[in-house]
Design a protein around this ligand. Structure first.
Ligand code: NAI
Length: 327
């Protein structure tokens, strides 16, 4: 049996975590031969609820679950962690402006970035799920100067999966037939689900669907899927978000399939002209535990240029709104 790895999860008593922790403990994220120690972070008022979740984890008697830490101290939760899933964040309260929300989260993710910097493994793989995910990831990354910026990623895998499922439905195929999907930019309604490179059963997706459907129905439906779920379910997507977080980390560790890629919010070094330092969703391949942005995707159309710039603009504005709080 391998040595256990340490996996921190924040917001561990929340909805997404409830749909995620049991799957991590059963080996779905890191493999059925990889024991895990779960290091769970919550705010003090939620520690009782967390205790209940931990009791249930114990009651599953997972063979791979090698230990559980419960704490409201980030330096305890992140001690020596190999993986950090940053799920907990401040939701928008009544009367709260977008700027207040950004600032409240900047405080949380600054503290968590510093704690990761101080106590996590130098190779920690951090995934930010809590919204605004991309900007929270920038804040954590900027507060962790001793860690490689490439260790910080933001989740757009749920958007990627939503885009695959919608396209498969429209083309009467399955998600297995859909390759080379791309979500560019922010995990928000400005994201750009791009079918330019996408294929279904080896055929260009844009030859199979109407341009009007693509621009007028498909893109807005993928962008607004989260809101549609809240409307239908009366609660936000938790199981599908948990599933995407597991898939994101799993792909990062185990690699992408040959001739395919995934979408991940990753640190921009200026690729595709996107401002350096933003955490922007790109098509990436993963191998040997590392990610690389796919080179040479055709983004030359006016449509693509406009959409990629609009979501970049939003990310720049989010970062500028908290710039005074960044080191
Ligand atoms: P939730 O409200 O059920 O749970 C959040 C948990 O985080 C709560 O238990 C809360 O006590 C905890 N928390 C708050 N501040 C914390 C802190 N400083 N440290 C540790 N824990 C803290 O929310 P849910 O449904 O689990 O969603 C979590 C986040 O994920 C939200 O921000 C949501 O918007 C985001 N999300 C992101 C998606 C993506 O695709 N990137 C998709 C769906 C949700």
């Amino acid at each position: 049996m391998k040595q256990p790895v340490r996996v921190a999860v924040t917001g561990a008593a929340g909805n997404i975590s409830y749909a995620m922790l049991f799957r991590i403990a059963s080996g779905e994220m890191l493999g059925k031969d990889q024991p895990v120690i779960l290091q769970l972070l919550e705010i003090a008022p939620a520690l009782d609820a967390l205790k209940g979740v931990v009791m249930e984890l114990e009651d599953c008697a997972f063979p791979l679950l090698a230990g559980i830490v419960q704490t409201d101290d980030a330096t305890v939760a992140f001690k020596d962690v190999d993986y950090a899933l940053l799920v907990g964040s401040r939701p928008r309260g009544p009367g709260m402006e977008r700027k207040d929300l950004l600032e409240a989260n900047a405080a949380i993710f600054s503290a968590q970035g510093k704690a990761l910097n101080d106590v996590a493994s130098r190779d920690v793989k951090a995934l930010v799920v809590g919204n605004p995910a991309n900007t929270n990831a920038v804040i954590a990354q900027r507060n962790a100067p001793d860690l490689d910026p490439r260790n910080f990623t933001a989740m757009t895998r749920l958007d990627h999966n939503r885009a695959m499922a919608q396209l498969a439905g429209k083309t009467d195929s399955t998600v297995n037939d859909v390759k080379k999907m791309i979500i560019w930019g922010n995990h928000s309604s400005t994201q750009y689900p791009d079918l330019t490179a996408c294929t279904v059963n080896g055929k260009p997706a844009l030859d199979l669907v109407d341009r009007t459907w693509y621009e007028g129905t498909y893109i807005p439906e993928v962008q607004q899927r989260g809101a549609a779920i809240i409307k239908a379910r009366g609660a936000s997507s938790a199981a599908s978000a948990a599933n995407a977080a597991i898939a994101h980390v799993r792909t990062w560790v185990m690699g992408t399939d040959e001739n395919d890629w995934v979408s991940m919010g990753v640190y921009s070094n200026g690729e595709y002209g996107i401002a350096k330092g933003l955490i922007y969703s790109f098509p990436v391949t993963c191998a040997n535990g590392d990610w690389s942005i796919v080179d040479g995707v055709d983004v030359s159309s006016e449509f693509s240029k406009e959409k990629m710039a609009a979501t970049e603009q939003e990310l720049s504005e989010e970062r500028d709104a908290v710039a005074h709080l960044l080191p």
